[in-house]
Write a protein that binds this ligand. Structure first.
Ligand code: CLF
Ligand code: SF4
Length: 291
């Protein structure tokens, strides 16, 4: 049985409403590869795969279990084991395999998974069956014209789609998937990357739509301008604050996001212990993690 939102508010650092939480999380980088192309995403994992050694930062589900064991020893405040990439968690089977092992070894650890949502309807039953406690879906727009400016293409069931055609599929699957898992009792958080030049005035519509679909909490992540969106600006504190306020009319808002790396460990914003966990941690500064 998944943990309720009320429980997560107390024990999950990214589901706390109001005060910053002192609970920690360990991210397990078991998911390489992605099935969509976000214009702001510059995953270093593909580049790094070409250089010797650094690919070892992608770990297997079995290694992930040992990482969790060590992480809770190093940082007893860790209450959550999360998979936030570096790619999408549903493209490969490793994230769900990891959670199955963790459930067995550490029944009290909160199992947190994040995804772009393209395959969420396909995997909803498995996610529910594994007992994922908290699921984050990154939804950057619910209007296909706006989404097409953020995501260039999706690969879905073996076919590549571009532009608005891709956006229609992605948005539908995200909302259908959120509906399905939240109806079954999984607590859903939605992340939206706030892009001043593209979706800033649309974020309240996203908040409304995902709330209606069953999401419980909403996280607005300021854009790091890079890759194909390097022409965009980083949102100002004022814009972030105004956008959060507008979204809050529809859904509770999480305000302490640290834009974590896919291999982060410790209390978000506090001392990071990942270097002691991963032999050759990937340097992924300024990259995106679904969180
Ligand atoms: Fe990790 Fe994300 Fe789970 Fe948290 S992070 S998978 S929900 S355990 Fe948290 Fe980090 Fe922000 Fe993510 S501070 S980037 S929201
Ligand atoms: Fe894939 Fe996430 Fe990068 Fe988008 S941000 S391309 S969903 S890894």
């Amino acid at each position: 049985m998944s943990k309720s939102f009320e429980k997560l508010k107390l024990f999950h650092p990214c589901f706390s409403v109001g005060e910053k939480s002192n609970n920690g999380r360990v991210h397990l980088p078991v998911s390489p590869g992605c099935n969509i192309s976000c214009n702001f995403c510059e995953r270093k994992i593909n580049d790094i795969d070409l250089r010797p050694g650094v690919a070892s930062a992608i770990i297997s589900p079995e290694e992930a279990v040992e990482v969790v064991r060590k992480a809770v020893e190093l940082c007893p405040d860790i209450t959550v084991a999360g998979v936030a990439g570096p790619g999408d968690t549903l493209v490969t089977p490793y994230a769900l395999q990891t959670f199955r092992l963790i459930k067995h070894e550490f029944p009290h650890i909160i199992k947190c998974m994040s995804t772009n949502g393209l395959l969420l309807p396909d995997y909803a039953d498995e996610i529910i069956g594994v007992g994922i406690d908290s699921l984050t879906v990154t939804v950057n727009a619910v209007d296909s014209a706006i989404e097409a400016e953020i995501c260039e293409s999706v690969s879905y069931h073996g076919v590549r789609y571009e532009g608005e055609e891709a956006a229609v599929i992605l948005i539908k699957n995200q909302l259908d998937g959120i509906r399905k898992v939240s109806t079954a009792g999984v607590t859903v958080k939605v992340n939206t990357v706030l892009i001043p030049e593209i979706n800033a005035s649309h974020v309240d519509e996203v908040a409304k739509a995902v709330s209606e679909a069953g999401a419980k909490i909403y996280n607005i992540i300021p854009l790091i301008p890079q890759h194909k969106l390097s022409w965009c600006s980083a949102p100002s504190c004022e814009l972030i604050s105004d956008t959060r306020e507008k979204a809050e009319e529809y859904i509770k808002v999480f305000r302490h996001c640290q834009r974590c790396r896919a291999d982060a460990a410790g209390i978000p914003g506090g001392t990071d212990v990942s270097r002691k966990l991963y032999i050759r941690p990937v340097r992924m500064e300024n990259t995106f993690s679904h969180g």
